[in-house]
Ligand binder design. Structure first.
Ligand code: BGC
Ligand code: NOJ
Length: 794
């Protein structure tokens, strides 16, 4: 039992036992296109498809206190007003518990003999949040009390909602019908969607105007109507529309009552928008409300959601003698991979849902974490991503989920981007055996008529590197490579410039990347194997290019004890013993050792030794060392961060697994395990040091040079999820999907070497008992549909 909570593995939940966590500990809900973020005190918001353009609830990222706003239930019991999730009133509770589960969150509060349990979830097949509120009189006296709901509408575009007040404060519109409050701002013109908040019982009062409900000079913690036990029965015109229902309730001792609230979103075809001038067509909303009109219906939907996750998480299971490993592998890492796949890097408590859509490289990497669970969606994602590519192989750095069109809002010209398409596609085919995807016609930049096969896109991606080599025959870096902040061609002295979008010089540059070189060799090997497997004659050419690159790395990318990181615009070394700061970087050690460049000559072992010696610290492996202590014009954003944070010597958890995989390929079991345990939250002893959720990986843990080493940031949406999944499932537990089977090839300390794995693979189900005694080479299992039990000794 930790200070703030504990794991409940049997229920696949993390149980938070006090509400004042060091930072809001959140969960996600949604599986298709309606999604919600919910904190342990019910803060957060929801949206449909696009966190920027279809934001349903208003949320203030810079609020004080933070995480104010969400969907709140208030209980007024005599003179006491409280919330089941403690906030916003912060009335001391007799009992509090928040259970974050797979796609749902259940918050329970108890005060003075009244217990309120609210189960929040997004049901499968519906665009809504369901809130099942169960109230129980746990005391000895009859109770009369009032229950209020509360939600505040965002005026759809989350960005302009925070900016354009001269317009916003005049546009808000609502309708009230039955027990449902409809939010229809801008529906009168081009919008074909509205939101609603309804409940399966007639209310005793309501409000839709925020100032009447809360009071001009109050905050969420003291809504004047709740304090007075009244409702204003208001209809909002402009200002800030909200939705609140009031119920006057009575419960005998031991008695319970349940209400089912539905917070939903509806799109209507243009011709069906209105049923009378200005009156919205509520048919679809009513159908959704009907689907949850009873507790039984809500419970059934909840059971379906559970079954959905049981099925997904049932595709890979380990049973070992390390509970932290089992918990991470069987539950939280896979869950986080799914969430990261859904959201890319758009909406978390660190990403506002406004600035970033689906990243080209990010989304490709995310595939590695989910393809064994949702192969069809992986397939669609690959096609969507590839459709944004340019004919020369270059890429938009991101695309908007609503339109699936690429845009340059967060820059372009990152020269690692194209290679990730090979990475994602190979992962998909190895898992599914669906070579047919390679023949899918895929356009360039979404322009109809430009289609070529996906295979052609992969070839063009590969060529994009060989078409853009620098003076040492190494890949030109472009705006940056995986490290968005190593901006070697974007010289900026203007604080108003964004490093992501400011000018990226392409003329005269000598900036080359060893990270891309390693990535190219590793992906090139896989690509050649794929081409051979399908009998494509380009396989040989790919192999030659790979060999040439390996030689270039050995000749110009080796610093003596480790791999260099890059050459800058002028051709000077980065990540070399000759540098004053930033002598060694993790990315090139990870990629070049995964690519096994110079392994026979001992380069990989040396590079890994140097990584352990120089980059590893108590909490993980830092990105570079020594940290940059001042801004360097030629390097860009990396040197803009204070020492130890983010890309400037933070522990970027995303690339720790690269080293883990590199270590596993070199057979260094103890290093593998130590690195894995350091970044995996289930293993961290001090659960509050990181501040962020102890059940998911975070993008960055502050490194050894930071003012506060060990603090975590950017939890949830990070490539760490897919990469640690890949590292633990393939390299540590050793279950490696191949084009025609599975290779069992573990690298785990021998004392943990006996374990069971259930692995569903295509139409096969393997029950493996693995007894690992350290033999190299692996054990190959050709794919064959059906259930198979095997003992694998190696
Ligand atoms: C962050 C990077 C991120 C980039 C994306 C930078 O400020 O440090 O981690 O990839 O922004 O826009
Ligand atoms: C986070 C970004 O989402 C990812 O694309 C990038 O590779 C890393 N930061 C490192 O800069």
């Amino acid at each position: 039992m930790d200070k703030f909570g504990h794991f409940d593995d049997a229920s696949r939940e993390y149980v938070i036992t006090r509400p004042d966590t060091p930072w809001p500990w959140i969960n996600y809900m949604g599986t298709e296109d309606f999604f919600s973020l919910i904190s342990n005190t019910a803060g957060g918001y929801c949206f449909c498809r696009d966190a920027k353009f279809r934001r349903i609830l208003r949320y203030r990222y810079n609020g004080v206190p933070m995480d104010a706003g969400g969907r709140y239930y208030y209980i007024k019991d005599d003179d006491t007003v409280w919330n089941p999730g403690w906030k916003p009133c912060k009335t001391a509770l007799d009992f509090y518990e928040c259970r974050h589960g797979m796609g749902y969150t259940r918050i329970t509060g108890e005060k003075d003999g009244l217990r309120a349990e609210v189960t929040f979830f997004v049901p499968i097949g519906h665009r809504c949040e369901v809130h099942k509120v169960m109230l129980t009189n746990s005391g000895k006296e009859k109770k009369q009390f009032k229950l209020y709901s509360f939600a505040e509408w965002c005026l759809w575009n989350a960005s302009t909602d925070m900016e354009n007040f001269q317009r916003n404060l005049s546009t808000g519109e609502v309708e009230i019908e039955g027990s449902t409050i409809y939010h229809k701002t801008e529906y009168r013109e081009r919008r074909d969607h509205y939101a609603f908040f309804g409940v399966n019982r007639p209310f005793d009062g309501f409000d839709t105007d925020r100032e009447t409900f809360i009071g001009m000079y109050n905050g969420f913690e003291a809504p004047q109507q709740v304090l007075a036990g009244t409702s204003g029965n208001t209809r909002a015109h402009g200002w800030s529309p909200i939705a609140s229902h009031r119920f006057d309730l009575e419960l005998n001792p031991g008695e319970s009552t349940e209400l089912v609230f539905v917070l939903g979103y509806v799109e209507n075809p243009q011709e069906e928008k209105f049923i009378a001038p200005g009156v919205i067509n509520k048919k679809r909303a009513l159908a959704m409300l009907e689907a949850f009109s009873t507790v039984e219906k809500a419970d059934k939907a909840f059971a379906e959601l559970k079954a959905f996750w049981d099925n997904l998480l049932g595709r890979f299971n380990v049973s070992s003698d390390v509970p932290e490993l089992d918990r991470t592998v069987n539950i939280w890492n896979q869950y986080q991979c799914m969430i990261t796949f859904f959201f890319s890097r758009s909406a978390s408590y660190f990403e506002s849902g406004i600035g970033r859509g689906m990243g080209f490289r990010d989304s490709n990497q995310d595939l590695a974490g989910i393809v064994h669970m949702i192969p069809d969606r992986a397939r669609q994602r690959i096609i969507d991503i590839a459709s944004t590519q340019f004919p020369d192989g270059g890429c938009y750095h991101q695309y908007q989920p609503l339109t699936k069109r690429g845009n340059n809002d967060i820059g372009g010209g990152f020269n690692d981007d194209p290679l990730w398409l090979i990475f994602g596609t190979v992962a998909y085919i190895r898992e599914t055996g669906d070579f047919g995807i390679l023949n899918e016609p895929v356009p360039f930049d979404n322009k109809p008529g430009t289609e070529v096969s996906l295979l052609e896109h992969l070839k063009i991606s590969f060529r994009h590197v060989t078409d853009n080599l620098g003076p040492h025959g190494l890949p030109l870096i472009g705006r940056a490579d995986w490290n968005d902040c190593l901006n070697l061609n974007c010289f900026s002295w203007n604080p108003d410039d964004s490093f992501q979008t400011t000018e990226n010089k392409t003329e005269g540059t000598k900036a080359e990347s060893l990270m891309i070189a390693g990535l190219f060799v590793a992906q090139g090997r896989d690509f050649a194997e794929l081409l051979e497997r399908i009998g494509d004659k380009d396989a040989d050419g790919v192999k030659v290019a790979v060999k040439t690159m390996e030689n270039a790395v050995k000749q110009h990318g080796w610093d003596g004890e480790w791999f260099l990181r890059a050459y800058d615009y002028y051709g000077n070394k980065i990540g070399s013993k000759e540098c004053e700061e930033g002598k060694i970087f993790i990315e090139s050690q990870g990629w070049c050792t995964m690519a096994r460049i110079g392994a026979d000559e001992g380069l990989c072992d040396k590079a890994l030794d140097s990584t352990v010696k120089l980059l590893e610290c108590e909490q993980g492996i830092v990105l570079n060392t020594p940290a940059y202590s001042k801004y360097i014009y030629e390097y860009g954003e990396i040197s803009s961060y204070p020492e130890g944070y983010k890309e400037n010597a933070g522990i970027f958890c995303h690339n720790n697994p690269w080293v883990i995989i590199g270590e596993a390929m070199a057979g260094r079991r103890d290093d593998v395990w130590r690195h894995y345990c350091k970044i995996t939250p289930a293993f961290t002893k001090d659960k509050t040091l990181r501040k962020v959720e102890p059940y998911v990986f975070c993008q960055m843990v502050a490194g050894k040079d930071a003012a506060k080493p060990g603090e975590g940031k950017n939890s949830w949406l990070t490539g760490t999820a897919a990469w640690t999944w890949k590292a633990v499932s393939e390299s540590i537990l050793g279950i490696k999907p191949q084009f025609d089977g599975l290779l069992v090839d573990p690298c785990i300390p021998l004392q943990h070497g006996t374990y069971h794995v259930l692995r569903k693979f295509r139409d096969a189900e393997y029950h493996l008992e693995i007894k690992y005694t350290g033999k190299k080479g692996g054990y190959y299992i050709p794919y064959k549909p059906g259930v198979q039990k095997l003992t694998v000794e190696l």
